[in-house]
Design a protein around this ligand. Structure first.
Ligand code: 5GP
Length: 143
């Protein structure tokens, strides 16, 4: 994947372009998505400048994980909906447009506004082989 090293979110973090800030701590910023799928659609980003989730430090990942449930509760309150999606895209083919890690919190409203999902599920031929491959990948990548 080849992506620009600085993104619009770096400019937001630097205060060079405006955003509607909702939450900030030492590691995390949350702000309104400029083009929301439904009212309350939030973006939650680490301050660490990494394009993809798998590149994020444990510290940033923990900080984002800590902030997310509270931000979800706030989104539920303002949207009046208990249904929502948390979406995190990695790679252009996976619908990532801004190459700075970000989590979307997207209220799903009764009128249908929110995230639409295409979910073409298909059973694996060999789940055992898959588990083996994943376990050995994890062993080669200890935390
Ligand atoms: P992605 O497809 O990369 O997961 O989503 C990127 C999101 O960033 C989009 O939902 C888009 O509306 C949002 N976005 C892009 N540029 C800006 C911006 O300048 N300000 C804000 N607040 N959101 C942005």
């Amino acid at each position: 994947m080849s992506e620009p090293s600085t993104t619009i979110f770096d400019e937001i973090l630097a205060g060079d372009i405006p955003c509607h800030r909702v939450y900030e701590d030492d590691h995390v910023l949350a702000f309104l998505d400029i083009n929301p799928l439904s009212p309350g659609h939030l973006l939650v980003i680490p301050k660490e400048a990494k394009a993809h989730l798998h590149q994020l430090s444990d510290e940033s990942a923990a900080a984002v994980g800590r902030a997310l449930p509270r931000l979800c509760r706030a989104v539920m309150q303002v949207s009046g909906s208990s249904a929502y999606n948390v979406l995190q895209n990695n790679g252009a083919s996976a619908h990532q447009a801004v190459f700075h890690v970000h989590f979307h919190i997207i209220p799903k409203l009764e009128d249908g506004r929110g995230l639409g999902i295409h979910w073409p599920a298909a059973a694996l031929e060999s789940p055992e082989e898959m588990v083996e491959g994943l376990r050995s990948a994890l062993e080669r990548d200890p935390s």
